[in-house]
Design a protein around this ligand. Sequence first.
Ligand SMILES: [Zn+2]
Length: 147
Amino acid sequence: MEHTMEPIQEQLLEAAKKAAEECSYSPYSQYRVGAAVYANGQIYHGANVENASSNLGICAERVALSHAKMHGVQHIDGIAIFCLDALRDETGRPLVGYTMPCGGCLQWIAELAPDAWVVTNGLGRAVRIADLLPIPFKLLDPSFPVR
Ligand SMILES: [Zn+2]
């Protein structure tokens, strides 16, 4: 596979890997995911956080995007997602081969980081969110329903 990532994209992917290693709370799935958002020269990391009520868990991408927004970030340059457990299982058997955001996270990225590049482990190149979710859900009037 051709590798065409910029140095900052490689660096952000390393930050996402570190977040997965150090911050993931995934006792149920054992699926450790980290994410890192790059904005204004800063890195905002996140990791998946699960819950015994499984649908209440949150993905690493949404934690990292929330982290950036909580620090007042307006424009996001890129986001990296790294799943430590996506490539091989405990016996070394290959799984999906690369990490991709789920549909819900694609919607979050499309709204909060519409110009962002996206890098993941195993993909080997940067893609644009518009390529992954070309027609996101969007309200024509962003103030709806608050008028
Ligand atoms: Zn997700």
